[in-house]
Design a protein around this ligand. Structure first.
Ligand SMILES: Cc1cc2nc3c(=O)[nH]c(=O)nc-3n(C[C@H](O)[C@H](O)[C@H](O)COP(=O)(O)OP(=O)(O)OC[C@H]3O[C@@H](n4cnc5c(N)ncnc54)[C@H](O)[C@@H]3O)c2cc1C
Length: 405
């Protein structure tokens, strides 16, 4: 008889886990997925493209209903999991129902942060995390509402771009002195700013949101230095927080995320966590690739095979059409490393490769990102680059040719 395995969260990590389980442990588990969003799992990464009008919302479903059915998965969506009874191996869900499990996987993702400033709860303040948010943002843009986006990271930039493209006047405010400071160095970020401004987005740096004005509805944003920006809507895109409350209330150890070991196990027996809600070796990843790697390792572990998760090398790709940005690994030059830089602001190109102990350890690309995956592979595989060092900057084809010569 199949063992009952329950997954909480019907997001990207959960869908990948079901896929991997079907490959390596078909029939071993009777899988149930409990997700609170009212639709089948979808590719959240593509919400930016939906907002920008480049992809239709119904095209981002990860798998059709028949795929889940064919794998015998019990799907409950639009259904919140409320409580875990660790001792009785029982999960309480909506309508006072409960499900028993032999294994439980938490894949609850993250929630967007709302800044703790006066006015943050006014009507007209939104976030950008799920497909309902995108529907709301598209309505704002169609009404040409004046929008302030708070946060100049990947999410804020993609929100600002989508809204501007859909017709809303947009100001993007960012606390730091450069955009995407966790992925880009100063020259790359300056180039990005100018490219984004060319898309009609006003960018304000070192802009600390102090208060949102309005009585019942947003009227404007006040910065800590006194500047006032008129606005009819505010979008918070200033970070995420892992959804850990279900685990925490069940007594499962959490820090920022749900603490897991190299087998994605929490310290409660047969309870696991993957994706953005998990914290592995002190890191909570906010990207999909680590979630997929974790899903793969967990599926193998659940199939009784040898598998260990040692952490992920992360890479970021900005999805703003005409503004290509890629960043991976250690791009800020750790002590002892060297950087090769090619900078041509006129043509909108910037490339920086960081080399450490004869290997590529980081890369930042703006403009020409054609070889991004090759650089990422060099970083991940830690292949020695001495023989291609002179040509590496000019792309894979030249470097591989000169290596062969
Ligand atoms: C607009 C946007 C653009 C992005 N772009 C990129 C990108 O370019 N590259 C990249 O790598 N990453 C990107 N990300 C991040 C990426 O989408 C996430 O890393 C990925 O979705 C994480 O998968 P997950 O399954 O851990 O979480 P999620 O996909 O968030 O899934 C978690 C699910 O669990 C549900 N849930 C939570 N609690 C409960 C509960 N108690 N009961 C039932 N269900 C619950 C949530 O509602 C959600 O549906 C982007 C995110 C957004 C929002």
């Amino acid at each position: 008889m199949s063992e009952p395995l329950v997954i909480v969260g019907n997001g990207m990590a959960a869908a990948r886990l079901v896929d991997e389980l079907a490959r390596v442990a078909l029939g071993r588990y009777a899988v149930a997925v409990i997700g609170d969003e009212p639709r089948l799992a979808y590719n959240r990464v593509l919400l930016s493209s939906v907002l920008a009008g480049e992809t239709a919302s119904h095209d981002i479903e990860l798998r059709p209903a028949s795929w889940w059915r064919d794998r015998g998965v019990t799907l409950k969506y639009g259904c919140v999991a409320n409580e875990i009874d660790v001792g009785r191996r029982e999960l309480k869900i909506a309508n006072e129902e409960s499900i028993t499990f032999s294994r439980l996987v938490l894949a609850t993702g993250s929630a967007p942060l709302r800044l703790n400033v006066p006015g943050a709860d006014l009507a007209g303040v939104h976030t950008f995390r799920d497909s309902r948010d995108v529907d709301l943002l598209l309505t704002l843009a169609a009404q040409k509402k004046r929008v302030v986006v708070v946060g100049g990271g990947l999410l804020g930039l993609e929100a600002a771009y989508g809204l501007a493209k859909a017709g809303a006047p947009v100001t993007l405010v960012h606390l730091m002195d450069r955009l995407m400071e966790r992925q880009l160095d100063a020259p790359a970020a300056a180039l990005l700013k100018s490219l984004v401004e060319r898309k009609g987005i006003e960018v304000m740096l070192e802009a600390n949101t102090a208060r949102i004005h309005g009585e019942t509805h947003v009227r404007g944003v006040e910065l800590a230095d006194g500047r006032l920006i008129e606005a009819e809507a505010v979008i918070f895109a200033a970070g995420i927080r892992p959804n850990i409350s279900l685990a925490k209330e069940a007594g499962i150890p959490v820090n920022r995320g749900i603490v897991v070991d190299d087998h994605l196990r929490t310290s409660a027996p047969d309870i696991f966590a993957i994706g953005e809600c998990a914290e592995h070796r002190g890191i909570c990843y906010g990207l999909v690739e680590p979630a997929y790697e974790q899903a793969r390792v967990l599926a193998r572990h659940l199939a009784g095979r040898q598998a260990c998760y040692g952490g992920s090398v992360v890479a970021t790709n900005l999805k703003v059409s005409g503004v290509s940005v890629f960043s991976a690994g250690d791009f800020m030059r750790a002590p002892g490393s060297e950087a090769i830089v090619l900078s041509d602001a006129g043509s909108g190109t910037y490339k920086k490769l960081v080399i450490s102990e004869g290997r590529l350890s980081g890369a930042v690309l703006v403009g020409d990102v054609g070889d991004a995956l090759w650089y990422l592979d060099l970083i991940r595989t830690r292949k020695p680059v001495a023989t291609i060092r002179a040509d590496m900057m000019f792309g894979r084809s030249l470097a591989v040719r000169s290596e062969a010569a």
